[in-house]
Each structure stands twice: as structure tokens, then as C-alpha cells.
Design a protein around this ligand. Structure first.
Ligand SMILES: [Zn+2]
Length: 182
């Protein structure tokens, strides 16, 4: 390559990174790379209000979609999925998940200019059981307390990292009903 263009990592997606490597390996020039970057930047524009962090639990995906639709947010939120939601973002057991969460929050802020993070835990969460070694679902009050503790801990960290972001904390039941955690 005759000329190396500065590459903004934030706007450089995994697929274009792969393409970049392929082109680089094949000996392609910057003239091939520039149009790809242009396309990526064009696709990355646009804003949305919210980012949702939820658990991966397959039982609740339709409930989550339904809940967000009811709030008028269908197709209007970024979505990070981590087992355990709030716990997944802060647990010492899976530091890579913590990093993944913050990387995605930073991307959502930079690319989509979000104003709010909605963190939604859910009851009977297998990740809470596995990571914390206790079946909290047996005691709904205790279960709400442990989720509240982890949700608030994450909210504090978000406020430190991104003081301008609003944070909303939620707990969904297996019936899809959602409680607000303050
Ligand atoms: Zn879960």
C-alpha cells in the first residue's frame, strides 16, 4: 500500500476488518479499502434513544420484544444480550463479558448517540444461579433484592463512565410482567 489511511476503530466493523485483512493479504490497494470505509460510515449514521441490556434466556425474547414495542421502542433501541444481564456486565467470573458490555455501550454512544440505558434482569435467571451459586427463584423477595443490588451496582458504574446517560432498571417475571427497580 502506498498510503495508509487512519482507521477509526469505532466505525470499523468486524466484517470490514475481515475484508480489510483479505484485501491486505491479496495485495489490494487503498483505493479498494476507501470505498468500504465510506459504506461503513454511511451505515453507521443515525440516532436512537436507548440501549437495552437483557439476558439471553430464550423463554423471554418474545416478552422483551413485546414490552419494548408497547413502550413505542420497536426498532428504536440497540440491544446487548449477556447471560444474567446486569450480573453479566459486572461479574468477576466473566471479565470478557464486562469488557464486551462497555465496548458496546461506547459504540452505542458514539454511533447512535443514545441517551438512555435500560437494564432488564429477569426472575428465575439461570445465570444468577450459576454465577452466584444459589437458586434465588425459591424466594421471590430475596430474588428481587439480589437483582436490585446488581442492577444498582451496574447503574452506578454507568453513571461514572457516562454521567449524561439516563439509566432505567427493570426486572421481568417469567409471565413477561416488568417491575421497575429504583
Ligand atoms: Zn437469565
Amino acid at each position: 500500500m502506498k498510503e495508509k489511511k487512519p482507521i477509526n476503530d469505532i466505525r470499523f466493523t468486524e466484517s470490514s476488518r475481515r475484508n480489510f485483512l483479505q484485501v491486505a493479504i491479496l495485495g489490494g490497494g487503498a483505493f479498494l479499502i476507501a470505498p468500504m470505509l465510506h459504506i461503513d460510515i454511511a451505515n453507521a449514521t443515525g440516532s436512537t434513544d436507548a440501549l437495552l441490556l437483557s439476558c439471553m434466556d430464550f423463554r423471554l425474547m418474545d416478552n422483551i420484544e413485546h414490552y419494548m414495542t408497547e413502550r413505542g421502542l420497536r426498532d428504536k433501541y440497540d440491544h446487548i444480550v449477556l447471560a444474567g444481564a446486569a450480573l453479566g456486565a459486572i461479574t468477576d467470573k466473566y471479565p470478557a463479558w464486562n469488557k464486551t458490555f462497555w465496548d458496546h455501550v461506547n459504540l452505542a454512544v458514539d454511533l447512535h448517540h443514545i441517551h438512555k440505558i435500560i437494564v432488564m434482569d429477569h426472575r428465575d435467571c439461570g445465570a444468577y444461579r450459576v454465577i452466584l451459586g444459589e437458586d434465588f427463584a425459591k424466594d421471590p423477595v430475596k430474588e428481587k433484592n439480589i437483582h436490585s443490588e446488581k442492577l444498582r451496582a451496574l447503574a452506578e458504574l454507568i453513571k461514572i463512565q457516562h454521567p449524561n446517560l439516563e439509566v432505567e432498571l427493570l426486572l421481568m417475571g417469567l409471565d413477561g410482567k416488568v417491575e421497575s427497580i429504583t
